[in-house]
Design a protein. Structure first.
Length: 311
């Protein structure tokens, strides 16, 4: 009997260690994407072309690697279509979000696009078999309240319901659908192959959009090109390889809500590099937001005493 108890305890402990890897990858990915709003605020390139080069440079760096190392595997047609769809959805999200930032404030655009956890929960509840757990809804409510404190309640009274507002909301919807579809695709293919296909789709799609919209593909400053490179390497490759790895093992609802953590890190970076102020309300709001994220990771586990009783 004691041996059985120790075995259960060992499985419980190793399970926690296994679950730690996706969480660490998610945390690293969030850190990488947190610098993106700071780079966009510099306004060194137009929004649409910035989105294009973010995908195109990342794709040009990833493709030779997967081909040389032979780590690319072409999935079956149905999954290939999902990966391509993910590329179009993600490209649409980044493009409209960039435009929303440049046509309004970064705060408004960031807040509205970060409503994606709400859309993920609603879509999961209405269309998918997997229903969000109760702690997801509690965590989402707490986190969104924290987000409101972070940006300031007065901000909501000054919202402009214009094109930028619609684009920012649309960005969050694209983002949420992307997370749900990518979860399905990543359940049947590896991360590197998924990223290669989705980046190719994003690049082609955004190239067509930029040509139609008559966007400039050159003529940027050295600083502008450097920012585009950082976006591609850090905000796209490093961030989304990590987040895609986490998505394979975690619920999309949990991933989407965790991504709200970028708002806290972005505020700190804006304070350090852009001299933006951090108030007591922002600190309290950030802590509440992180508490909401933590609630979604809560799972009721058996204590050692309960394990002994059970056996």
């Amino acid at each position: 009997m004691p041996e059985l108890n120790r075995g259960n305890l060992y499985l419980h402990t190793t399970g926690k260690m296994t679950n730690a890897k996706p969480r660490l990858a998610l945390a690293f990915g969030i850190l990488c994407i947190s610098i993106f709003p700071i780079l966009v605020k510099l306004r060194l390139t137009p929004g649409l072309i910035s989105a294009f080069y973010r995908m195109a440079i990342a794709f040009s760096l990833l493709l030779p690697y997967v081909l040389i190392t032979k780590k690319f595997t072409l999935p079956k047609t149905s999954i290939l279509i999902l990966a391509i769809l993910c590329g179009v959805l993600f490209a649409s999200d980044v493009a409209v979000w960039n435009i929303a930032i440049q046509e309004s404030s970064a705060t408004q655009a960031s807040l509205l696009t970060n409503l994606s956890p709400l859309w993920v929960g609603i879509i999961s509840y209405v269309f998918l078999k997997t229903k969000p757990a109760t702690n997801f809804w509690i965590g989402t409510t707490v986190a969104l309240f924290g987000m409101a404190m972070l940006v300031g309640f007065k901000f909501f009274l000054e919202l402009d319901f214009d094109n930028a507002f619609i684009l920012a909301v649309l960005s969050g919807i694209f983002y949420s659908i992307y997370l749900l579809v990518s979860k399905k695709a990543l359940s049947q293919m590896d991360v590197l192959s998924f990223m290669t296909i989705s980046l190719m789709a994003s690049t082609v799609y955004l190239a067509i959009v930029c040509i139609v919209m008559n966007e400039p593909f050159s003529g940027f400053s050295d600083a502008g090109w450097f920012v585009l490179l950082i976006q591609a390497v850090v905000c796209q490759l490093m961030a989304w390889l990590s987040i895609s790895y986490a998505t394979q093992s975690m619920r999309p609802t949990r991933v989407s809500l965790s991504l709200l953590g970028q708002a806290v890190i972005t505020s700190i970076l804006a304070w350090l590099f852009l001299d933006e102020k951090i108030t007591l309300n922002m600190i309290i709001g950030g802590l509440i937001l992180l508490l909401g994220i933590r609630i979604t990771f809560y799972t009721k586990t058996l204590s050692i005493k309960n394990i002994v009783k059970k056996h």
